[in-house]
Design a protein around this ligand. Sequence first.
Ligand code: ATP
Ligand code: MG
Length: 424
Amino acid sequence: MVVSAIKGMSDIYSPEVEVWREIEEKARQLFLRFGFREIRTPVVEKAELFARSIGEDTDIVQKEMYTFPDRKGALLTLRPEATASIVRAIIQHRLHNIPTMGKFFTIGPMFRYERPQKGRYRQFHQIDAEVIGFEDPVVDAEAMYLAMLFLEETGLRNIELRINSLGCSLCRPPYKKRLVEYLKNYETSFCKDCARRLNSNPLRVFDCKVPGCREIVSGAPKVTDSLCEHCRQHFEKVCFYLDEVKCGYKHDRNLVRGLDYYNRTAFEIVAGGLGAQNAVGGGGRYDGLFAELGGPDIPAVGFAIGMERLMILLKAEVKKERVKRPDIYFIALNEEAREKFFGLAQNLRKRGLYVELGYELRSLKSQMRRANKFGSSHVIIVGESELEKKTAILRNMDTKEQSELPLDNNTEQVLIEKLSKENE
Ligand code: ATP
Ligand code: MG
């Protein structure tokens, strides 16, 4: 029987993987310009890390976590997101004490036990960024600006930044009370999840996609109308800085996030073309999380972008040309010819060229066909008569020009110079 991959978990291969790499590289380059340092944390953590940070009554913890006991019975979880792990790592290694280490990014797989569908998988990948140590709204705005700039640089158009403020530990509790009072009027009309959330996590009701619940919520008091003076000013300043860099946004008063740890700024980046899974990225401020996880009281802001959803949106751009063409494809027509250029091919690779070899001593026609499939820009052919003359045939596959190439100690250098001249 053939073994296949786990449902909702994908293999990523060419030509898509070339686009993945390009996007990841773009993220790295851009994030470095904003002063971010890379951090790589394990994909498995103790289960309690996520239960404590993301929140007991969230979709992620309630029904989406891959949690299992290891051989000694310790409960482990495949990370559903990156923030909790990064915060754990920062606390554990006291990275917050290093003044130049306030911005972190990571790129890697996350795991959530969800029903697989377009844009929603069980293993997916995030580009994640976190800024720690600053309460100032300038940081929130910069994080959102960076997320938007990055998405634009990947070629994405028609995306919308939606922002909201969720208040703080001062203004949220009284607001929550008012919200519950309102929601209680509709107690019997909510879906099963929301009926539960009503008591444990009322804000989450805003996140529900069930039409009946959405309707009730549309008339509910909004958290933005209950902000304390500090939160109000903070939010205004976030908007000011976004305006300053002409980063468009929409104030979405119904926006809350699926994780408990957010306070004040919350945001989402949505795009058309993803159906119900319309968020490519999201993030927000999480000033209480460090203390919650036993660390120092440090404010922070972060966001995550979903690679798969980004890839769906960029699908039209996935073209074969992104797969690199060989600079040279070697065709040997007999064993002796292959012995002659095996070393030469390796040396050319060492010097930076992409070289392919015809590993099978097939007919010229069949090897030329293979070289063409690779889209090779040059082919070098060596057969019996070339061996006698100590030469090779060099063919430019684009111009169809053919020339004789002496095979001697100089061949490597001659080829390098010839190709770099052509590329000028
Ligand atoms: P959604 O509302 O779509 O479930 P979320 O709020 O759970 O999203 P976050 O936890 O904010 O998502 O994660 C940030 C980004 O990661 C999302 O905007 C999305 O692009 C991506 N993402 C989240 N869950 C999945 C998944 N199961 N499959 C693919 N991408 C995902
Ligand atoms: Mg989700």
